[in-house]
Ligand binder design. Sequence first.
Ligand SMILES: [Zn+2]
Length: 337
Amino acid sequence: MELYPWQTELWQKVADMRSRMPHALLLQGHRGIGKLHFAVRLSQSLLCEQPLPGHAACGVCQSCNWFQQDNHPDFRLLEPEDVESTADEESSAPAKTSKKSQIAVDQVRELGDFLGLSSHRSGLRIILMHPAEALNLASANALLKMLEEPPPAVLFLLVTHQPQRLLPTIRSRCNVIDMPLPARSMAETWLAAQGVQQASQRLAYAGGAPLTAVQEEAGADKRLAELHAMLNHGAQMDPFAAAALCVRDGVAEVVSVMQKWVYDLLSLHLAGQLRYHGLQAESLQGLAKRVDLAKLLDFQRTLDEARRHAQHPLNADLQLESLLIQYTQVFSTTSRP
Ligand SMILES: [Zn+2]
């Protein structure tokens, strides 16, 4: 994968250090700007046997092959490992709680073996730690010992968005590289090229971090699918449960989703066409056959009214319940052929 466009300038600076690379780099910056991506690309480039001009990895040498198969003998990625919560085997709870929160001291100690070997190819070995703030006190101290007496030809690459959570003694032994937020115009252009709608607003909401903006949009799409699944239940929907589910989306958002939904119900019922929900055509057609036209038109007016006042709902729960009850009632009890 290519670098993100906002990283090329920093890339030149860092990759130019390859002949005099310090033994530890700390990449720090805002979450959602591609720090890990940068660190992985840098690792591949430093291990590559015939890097291209501009220090990009060649992608075809033995080293690059290993790297691309997550199989490079001179590279280690340390990330938090699964910490199973104290096992309780008698309860067969479906939600098996495992959390990934810490880089354990054993993970760091095992590096001792890795560092004891000689390198397989270029002479360099790289240890990438992400996120470095996941080091706990014990693992941080184990790492500190290695940083105090760095083995030759080893690069420790630490990635963090919370450098203040690292031991100051670790920070001070690293060459710190600040990764800035991308320039807004560049990030917006990039987001738009990824097909992100309303790139400017999304970026602002994500605090200027473009990858966060992309993730949030993906989450919003998923949420929309959930709301549609809820509406798809028609008369069988439980309006109280549904209101509880969607209250966190806000009245304005839910009303806007319902307005489009009702528009298509009406359009299908009257003209056999739809405008917004091409992907749900089949289920909407089923629902459209069962609507009571007068009640649906009433409901459409109610939604328009709710939309006008949605910015200041006195009681979002009650308002959503009332709207969703009315929604379940637009379907006639007997289905028409
Ligand atoms: Zn290569």
